[in-house]
Design a protein around this ligand. Structure first.
Ligand code: PLP
Length: 418
């Protein structure tokens, strides 16, 4: 894409730390599209975030939990067999090794500490596949905060093991039967709960989406991924030529990419869910298939919607990528031409998952498998490159889906091709 001076200037402002601006805008994206009744809570949270995040006390508490409870820094793995097969030097940043099995915990524990410092006595969260619900439940248990998780009725049925994990960790799970009965409706309900008691309640949102200050807050908390990756690679191998991460709402990707945005010779590539194919409704390829802007969950961003402006139901084999929008900073990074967005289909992701299991001894999450598939495709045209892939989570949670898609043999043993 050709970038104009205007777009270059916008990227420079982001790199200088001038974006998001006071209204939470990243150029044409972001902002705060919330009911008037929520503005005092949003303003209070924004003040708290700007004051606490840089404070020594907050940083000390957060770092202590990240190191002793989450298990940071997470490993940087040289994927020797994938390197040989793909013809490039492949490195994996292992968020799958973080406590509760994905990057989500970086955000959940950070926001839970923030909420406690700001005087909140109760946490609400939403969850789709259940990973953010589990991370929030764990963080709240750790800090002694009661936690309520809103979850669509359809998701409760298809993600039963994670619902049980949340119960074990002491959270209350509230089924949502309004709207689409999945993630989108769960976010609406969690916000409604927050509006009803914004003084005592904090809402831990699960991705780099929502009204300002959330996209900024989540990016700051997830940037630990990219900061660690950069210093690890500088020490053991050197900086990469290209970096890949899967994009649902975009939190693991923004966390990995952000510390590298100023290194303009490093290619940054986000991989969305290509689902069953290109038809609207068959995928969740928001940025890689379209450019239509709109407002969802409090922010202006690029979205998937039909000719009547109705938000589109999406499809992906991975529940964590099954979302019709994307965080506003990603729309911005596409707009200014700094990050490229592509997608991988369900079957490409499943193939990449099998390859990673059998060659590296790592079972990645289905979401993560999209990043692997995208990196493999890019490698085939850029042999000899050094590439870094964000391993956003582990695949233990995906067993029922893998069983359905890849199958088992007649003796009820996993299919030999897995
Ligand atoms: C939730 C999830 C994602 C997608 O969320 P982002 O906010 O886009 O990072 C990706 N991978 C895993 C393992 C997840 O649990």
């Amino acid at each position: 894409m050709k970038t104009t001076n205007d777009q270059k200037e916008l990227l420079d402002r982001l790199l200088r730390g001038d974006l998001p601006d006071k209204e939470g805008r990243f150029g044409p994206f972001g902002g705060r599209y919330v009911p008037e009744t929520l503005m005092p809570a949003i303003n209070k949270l924004t003040d708290g975030v700007l004051r606490l995040l840089p404070s020594e006390n907050f940083k000390k508490r957060l770092n202590y939990e990240l190191k002793s409870w989450v298990g940071r820094p997470t490993a940087m793995t040289n994927a020797k067999a994938l390197s040989e097969l793909w013809g490039s030097e492949v490195w994996l940043k292992r968020e799958d090794l973080a406590h509760t099995g994905a990057h989500k915990i970086n955000n959940a524990i950070g926001q839970a500490i923030l909420a406690q410092e700001l005087g909140a006595t109760r946490i609400v969260a939403e969850t789709g596949a259940g990973q953010h619900g589990v991370a929030s439940a764990a963080a709240c248990a750790r800090l002694g905060l009661p936690c309520t998780v809103y979850m669509g009725q359809i998701d409760i049925e298809r993600q039963a093991p994670n619902v049980e994990r949340m119960y074990r960790l002491g959270a209350k799970v509230v089924p949502v039967t309004s709207g689409d009965s999945t993630l989108r409706a769960a976010i609406d309900e969690a916000m409604r709960d927050w509006v009803s008691d914004p003084v005592n309640t904090h809402y831990i949102i699960g991705s780099a989406v929502g009204a300002h200050p959330y996209p900024y807050l989540v990016r700051e908390l997830q940037s630990i991924i990219g900061k660690e990756a950069k210093s690890q690679l500088e020490e053991i191998a050197g900086l990469p030529d290209a970096i890949f991460a899967c994009v649902g709402g975009g939190s693991n990707a923004i966390g990995l990419f952000h510390p590298f945005l100023g290194d303009k010779n490093i290619k940054l590539i986000g991989i969305e869910a290509g689902g069953k194919g290109k038809k609207l409704g068959d995928n969740a390829a928001t940025l890689s298939s379209g450019n239509k802007t709109g407002v969802l969950h409090g922010a202006q961003s690029i979205l998937l919607y039909d000719e009547n402006g109705q938000i589109q139901e999406t499809h992906s084999v991975s529940a964590g990528l099954d979302y019709p929008g994307v965080g506003p900073e990603h729309s911005f990074l596409k707009y200014v031409g700094r990050v490229e967005y592509k997608n991988a289909t369900d079957s490409e992701a499943l193939d990449a998952l099998k390859e990673c299991c059998s060659l590296e001894g790592i079972l990645p999450a289905l979401e993560t498998a999209h990043a692997l598939a995208g990196a493999k495709k890019w490698s085939s045209q850029n042999k000899g490159s050094r590439i870094l892939i964000g391993m956003s989570g582990r695949g233990d949670k995906d067993m029922p889906i893998l069983r359905k898609y890849i199958g088992i043999d007649k003796d009820d043993k996993p299919n030999a091709t897995v």
